[in-house]
Design a protein around this ligand. Structure first.
Ligand code: NAD
Length: 486
């Protein structure tokens, strides 16, 4: 059985006492690897290695040298594309077509984009007058924040991890990454890439384990971690924020959502269906930006529901490598139980089950996997649990609406505020509704279209702070003003 190691100070290491946990395949629930579980000692070693790296050659590198190194990392990920693809698909069970187009290319791109940002974005400069007439000059410079703890989820493992590690390294920090216990492989593989390109030891470290009373907690409560960046559930983010309060350390939190899609009768119908099918069912509904609440203007409601039903029923569930697989399994048995509990709740609360609502009949060796049916409900009040709570599965509730005012009130009646999509061909309305929706990201006539220079993050309980482009620099650097009296 393969053992997935921690990566500390440039070396792949097991855990003290040989502590391991099992990684099971979402496809069939079979154990596919053992993972070395980091305890306090390993987390300590990783944080010390990161601290030492800041004082070594890494800390003395010029920006140009760092930028070259990050380009080399991106190129090496692309050279080993198939290894990353195999590892990501083994951990998640997601269709290869999806990982090939999104997860791995974005994993590489995240290093290039932030190398470019650091190389090209200037800081500010102000001349000021002084009473003696000689004046003074102010300029700002950026310094790394130091050792950054990076805590990641399982839904887009490489993509979301590099979205943090890319800018952190571009800014000259050293990182200790705690990948999700469900998806340990690509973060470890990235260690091989770092060694190949000659990243100094200790700049990139990986510790495996769980959250509470395990590697996640040991890392986020470690007094020598200077800043913590996290993606995951809102409840976990709140726990991490508490941990970060000791020592008043900065946090960047990307958290949960309950994202609406608002479909007006004047939309391009086919585009709205295509986009909503993706936003509801892509990655088996396990995308933070995904849609779980769909609001459709009444004149096209029946037609829209019928088209979504047809789309959902034509999605082929199957093995990742099969070209016609449209949807894979959920990440784990535990998550399957959670999603199915919501399927049950929806029925109990009186939903009309348009399609799905249960477990698909999978053939032979896939029988024990974390499969659930793509599911659509109608007929629930806005107070129903499946309309209010984040499920993170391949499901949505579709509600008819009559006025823009009514739909905006519903869309905003949530503690979350991550993303929304609006479908209309009326330009005025597109701008108006985008401005009125309380969310960090709004798409008009698209979904998941991402320019990595733009701000990314959630409003309300979906997040604190923004990452992406220059916004990442705000978190990963200390901006210092230097005032020179002439
Ligand atoms: P999770 O919060 O359960 O776990 C995320 C990470 O935190 C894991 O590595 C876990 O081990 C660790 N962790 C758990 N408890 C901890 C603790 N007390 N201290 C330190 N670390 C701890 O989330 P998940 O189930 O892996 O991911 C799904 C969630 O992530 C969903 O809510 C989804 O919306 C959210 N998400 C948000 C974004 C975004 O950009 N806003 C992106 C992807 C996923």
């Amino acid at each position: 059985m393969q053992l997935i190691h921690n990566f500390i100070n440039g070396e792949f290491t097991a855990a003290a006492g040989g502590r391991i946990f099992e990684k099971r395949s979402p496809l069939n629930n079979l154990v596919i690897a053992n993972v070395a579980e980091a305890g306090k000692a390993e987390v300590d070693a990783a944080v010390s290695a990161a601290r030492a790296a800041l004082k070594g050659p890494w800390g003395r590198m010029t920006i140009a040298e760092r930028v070259d190194m990050l380009y080399a990392v991106a190129n090496e990920i692309n050279r080993r594309f198939d290894d990353f693809l195999a590892a990501e698909v083994a951990d998640t069970g997601k269709p290869m077509s999806l990982a090939r187009h999104i997860d791995i290319p974005r994993g590489a791109a995240n290093f290039k984009i932030f190398a470019d940002v650091v190389k090209n974005v200037p800081t500010e400069f102000f001349e000021m007058a002084t009473p003696d007439g000689k004046g003074a000059l102010n300029y700002a410079m950026r310094a790394p924040v130091g050792v950054v703890g990076v805590v990641c989820p399982w839904n887009l493992p490489l993509l979301l991890m590099t979205w943090k590690v890319g800018p952190a390294l571009a800014c000259g920090n050293a990182v200790v990454v705690k990948p999700s216990e469900e998806t340990p492989q690509t973060a470890t593989l990235l260690g091989e890439v770092m060694n190949t390109v000659g990243l100094p030891k200790g700049v990139y470290n990986v510790v495996h384990g769980f959250g509470p009373n395990s590697a996640g907690e040991f890392l986020t409560t470690h007094p020598d971690v200077d800043a913590i960046t996290f993606t995951g559930e809102t409840r976990t983010g709140a726990a991490i924020m508490k941990a970060a309060a000791t020592g008043a350390r900065p946090v960047s939190l990307e958290m949960g959502g309950k994202n609406p899609a608002i479909v007006f009768a004047d939309c391009d119908f086919d585009a709205a269906i295509e986009g909503t099918m993706r936003s509801v069912f892509a990655n088996c509904g396990q995308v933070c930006l995904g849609t779980e609440r769909v609001y459709v203007e009444r004149p096209i409601f029946d037609k829209f529901v019928a088209a979504m039903k047809k789309g959902a029923e034509s999605l082929k569930l199957g093995r990742p490598e099969e070209a016609d697989t449209g949807m894979g399994p959920l990440i784990s048995q535990e998550h399957k139980s959670k999603v199915l509990s919501y399927y049950k709740k929806a029925a109990e609360e009186g939903a009309t089950v348009v399609t799905g609502g249960g477990v698909p009949d999978m053939p032979g060796e896939l029988k024990d996997g974390a499969w659930v049916q793509p599911t659509i409900w109608t007929g629930l009040p806005e107070s129903a649990s499946v309309v209010r709570e984040e499920i993170f599965g391949p499901c949505c509730h579709i509600q008819p609406f009559d006025t823009e005012e009514q739909v905006l009130a519903w869309a905003n009646d949530t503690t979350y505020g991550l993303a929304a999509s609006v479908w209309t061909t009326n330009l005025q309305r597109g701008h108006r509704v985008a401005a009125a929706v309380e969310a960090g990201l709004v798409w008009v006539n698209s979904w998941f279209l991402r320019d990595l220079r733009t701000p990314f993050g959630g409003a309300k309980q979906s997040g604190i702070g923004r990452e992406g482009g220059v916004h990442s620099l705000e978190f990963y650097t200390e901006l210092k003003n230097v005032c020179i009296k002439l």
